[in-house]
Structures are given as structure tokens and as C-alpha cells.
Write a protein of this length. Sequence first.
Length: 536
Amino acid sequence: MTQDNLIEVRDLSVEFISGEKSQRAVQGISFDIKRGETLALVGESGSGKSVTAHSILRLLPYPLAHHPSGSITYCGQDLLSLSEKKLRHIRGNRIAMIFQEPMTSLNPLHSIEKQINEVLAIHKGLMGKAATERTLELLELVGIPEPHKRLKALPHELSGGQRQRVMIAMALANEPEVLIADEPTTALDVTVQLKILDLLKDLQARLGMSLLLISHDLNLVRRIAHRVCVMQRGLIVEQASCEQLFRSPQHPYTRELLSAEPSGGPANTVAGPPLLEVEDLKVWFPIKKGLLRKTVDYVKAVDGINFSLPQGQTLGIVGESGSGKSTLGLAILRLIASKGLISFEDKRLDCLSQKEVRPLRREMQVVFQDPFGSLSPRMSVSEIVGEGLRIHRMGTAAEQEIAIIEALREVGLDPETRHRYPHEFSGGQRQRIAIARALVLKPALILLDEPTSALDRTVQRQVVELLRSLQTRHNLTYLFISHDLAVVKALSHQLMVVKHGQVVEQGEAQSIFASPQHPYTQQLLEAAFLAPVAVD
């Protein structure tokens, strides 16, 4: 083991066993993590990058997982053959890890103080006042404002960015030499992503840590990594310095990843008459206190929004989590109560009862963020896509079957697979099923609520191209809600920027992307399209 290398991985393989079947997830890979450097493992879902990272701390579901070959050496010790007792002194102490989704990693029943104190008690033997003082230092180190007020907070009382900072504080509690960050910013807004990224860079410089970053976001990797390993189907297909890899990628898969950013402009459609008009729309949630539950104030999720959307156009609605963009979409579809004018095809929706709105729902469809959560696991694809046809009694059974087959073909799926179930499809295919379910009813308006955020970049590009072609073919109108500005730019004719329930800027998308006027819009665009950070 060379002096510069903190961790050496040699010929590592990982195999998962299910009954009599086995699947090789990682196939004989080798790489080093040097002292003080950031190494990025990049690749799409299923490439083996997270399995590789979890192997370092032996966090895989053993004995269902095993290592047919390889070694992982840290300070002269092979971590794969180390006893559980000795590994426990390294895990969380010398090598720490932060996970993708802090809400599932933090205990929802324990305060922030208790969870960080637990780490300090196990590894450092700190208890009581000494542990609390160290916890306050850690929370201050990771940039939690007024940390003394957050000690008793439960995870759900913090924002997504604050929860991730707590996870980082827990990982840094024992001043580790290596920090493994598994997709640490995937679930966060672009501005929060940038802050977490800057925080990791700052902490690395101050503490002299090595950082192993697992990510599928090449824009993020480009800002922070010194070296990059590109993984595909369990293999490292390319390994190079960050500068060299982005300047001159050698492997076809690396070039495919780098070119996967959604590009081009929105569909070339002619704007028709206004299809959807909204005036002074408000969604206020009452805050009730006291024994009699009196309303003392309101959470103004949507506060006086106005817009007009022509037929055949896309309105992109952007903003950070909690800005009110998803609430706005649900209010427009009359799925939650609101005040203000909502006009669809010259009909006043806000004056109609739920019973009167129901026949119009065929014309207004929605595609949600997580296709696995929005598709029933107990229904076949044919039943899922045809459900709306049965509810609205559109055609005979034979005619419905023909419509289902046509919708699946339109979204690029083989109609012969219609008798399978959602779990048998990839994430991108499941999102195509969700689009087919909306499309089969031949709607005029489709609300797309973060439809690409759970997908890899190459799959995102395919879904964007599909949405463009469907819009051109059927003159569809889209309400596109997202925090991914690259995707919004590729789809939207108009743009609306929302903050704290109010519109801070709106107009032609191309003009706003070229010359944003509001400081908040400028901040969002800077975070999303910032030039890469130079690395030493």
C-alpha cells in the first residue's frame, strides 16, 4: 500500500444470492482513495456505485451478499476479512458515511441532540454536558443557524437541507479520515445542493479528510471531484482526473453520460387561444392554537397568483421546496380547496362542485414525481392505463383494449408487456406507463409534477424528448412543475418563478433564462448552471 493511498480497492466483486440464482453487481473493480482528495464514483442507477461504497464498511445484506474476489485495504488492514469487533472501531469512527435520504436515516422519534450524542457516546465515551457541548460545536460547524434552539427538534421539524447538515454533523462527530457521501444532494433543491457542496469542500479542507462521492449528477461531480471513476454494469469503464475526463472522455458510455443533459428548446407548437386562466388564486392553510383550536394565522402556500396559458404551450413553474408550486398545481386541478378564479376551456372550475368537476377530469390529467408510488403494484399495466377509460366509460372493452395498445406504442413501450406489473419495469419505463395512463384519455392539459426528478440523466433526456414529440403530435398543453432548471429550459415556452407562494418573475422562458431580472431567479440559475469549481 503506497503512502499517498488511504484506501486501496483491488479486484472487488460483489454477488447477490436469491435462492438458487445469483447476480454479479460489481465485477472485479480496482481504485484508490488518496489522502485529502475527492474521488467520485459516477454512473446510472444499477451501475454498482452504491454497492461498491457500502462494501467498504460492509453494510451490504450479508450473507445474501458476498465477495467472490477482492480486497479493500485501509491502513494495512483488509476490511473484508476484519472481525466485526475490529470493524466497529473503524465504522463511523475512522470511515464515516452520509446517505442519500436523511429522513429515512434519522430516527423520527428522537431529537437531533439525542441522535448526535449517541454517536459520541458509542465512539468517544462522551456523556451529558460534554456530549451536548460537542453536539453544539458540530451543528455550528455544519452551518445550522442558532444550534441551541435545534437540539430538541425532531427530524420532521427541519428542512431537507438542515436534515442533511445534521447527517453530516453525525458523520463528522469522530473526525473521520474518510467520508463516504452517497448521493448527498439528490433530494435537495439546487440552491441547497450548492450550499451542501460548498460545506463539504470547506470541511474537507479544514479537517484534511478524503471524500468518496457517489453520484449520478455530473454537474455536481465536476464542481468538487479531483478524480472520477465511471461505472457501468458493475465495471469501471473509465478512470481519470476530473479535468481530463470532462475535457477528453475516452469511453463511449462516459461520452453518453456527458451528452445526456436535456438540450434544445421547447416543442415547436403554435400558441392557440387561452386554455387555462388563473386570477388571484390563493391557498391558505389555517394555523390553529389553544383549547378551542382558534385560527391565529395562516400558512400562505399560494398567495394571489395570476397567469394565462395558451393551448399547445408549456408553462414551467419553478421554485424551491415549500415555494407552493405543487400546491398551485393541485389547486388548479381542484384537488385541494382554493379561492380565486380558475377557468379551463372557458368554464369556471372554481364555481363547480366536485361532482360537476368530475366529467372535466378526463381533459385534465396528471403525471406524478415517483412512478413507483403512483402506480398500483396490484394492477397490470393494461389495467393501470385503462382505468380512466373504464371510469369515464369510453368505448367498449374491445375499443378500450385498442386504445391501451395505441397509448403504450405512443410512449415507446411494447404493447405485449401490458400484462406485466410495475415492479417488472425500470424507472424510466414506469414513468412512460404513467404518461400513457394520462395520454389514453386524450386530454387537453397535463400537469407534470417533477416527472423526471427520480430518473437518471440519460432517461430524463428520453422522457423530455417523448414529452416534446407528444406535445407536437397532439397539441397538448403542459403545466410543468420542477426544480430541475435544465429540464424546465428544454420544455417550457413560458416560465413562472415562485417563492413563498408568490410569483417573483414570469414571462417568456427564453428571455428569463437569458436575462433574469429578480435576484431570486438569478440565484436559482446561478446554482443550476454554475461553472465548474477548479480543483487542485
